[in-house]
Design a protein around this ligand. Sequence first.
Ligand code: APR
Length: 253
Amino acid sequence: MSSSVNQLSISKAVKWLKQSNYTTAFTGAGISVESGIPPFRGEDGLWSKYDPIVLDLDYFHTHPAHSWDVIKEIFYDFFGEAKANAAHIVLAKMEAAGFLKNIITQNIDNLHQEAGSKAVIEFHGNSRTLVCTGCHKQYSNSDFSLDELPLRCEDCNALIKPDFIFFGEGIPPLAYQKSIEAAEKADVFLLIGTTGEVMPASQIPHLAKSNGAKIIEVNPNPSNYTHQITDIFLQGKATEVMGEILENLIQTS
Ligand code: APR
């Protein structure tokens, strides 16, 4: 594979990954960009096309039909077609080979699981499951055609929402607790495709760093982390950089 990333930096990152007893990957929208899912921020980001108000919990309850129409368009019609890419697959292979303990993802697209990753901590929930806002009954998105919106619970008739967190909602407690644990235990944190702009997710890599983890970052652009906590910045697209990492991990194992 032709190298677009500094080979010395790749070698150093691979050395750290091999020496590590506990590596956690922390992923954001950027890892799914090459699956055809746009990031949230930036020129072509989702928030330049759609108004994020549709994911505000209060707005959802007062304008459910409008919120659901936009949610369907973004997260089901469009995201629903996306397939795991080479970077998701590298992380699954690294886990299977013992180089990766777990993944904390801010993404709700389920692509890590579709690539074969087992230990996935979903910090913001998942779009493939839906939940009743009244009785909390869980549904699969495949239970509905999404032709008649907004969705209502078959048991209590309350509004159904996707099981990912909206603005104004807390982080799922178990995911939060597992993320803190990983940040306390990890000796290497591998950040892939995240700007680090959204709290409290953005604090997790800082916690890892303050507990002694080395930070390896993969991103075509510098992020909020790059000049603050990153030890090795591998500038490039997730599929390319992760492909090189895997190649080097295998060659030198
Ligand atoms: N490979 C790797 N990274 C990429 C790629 C690529 N091919 N293309 C873009 N990126 C990087 C961008 O440079 C940017 O740093 O991915 C990052 C995407 O940033 P955001 O859109 O801000 O996504 P993220 O950090 O995941 O956002 C966090 O914000 O709105 C919320 O809940 C939403 O989980 C999301 C959170």
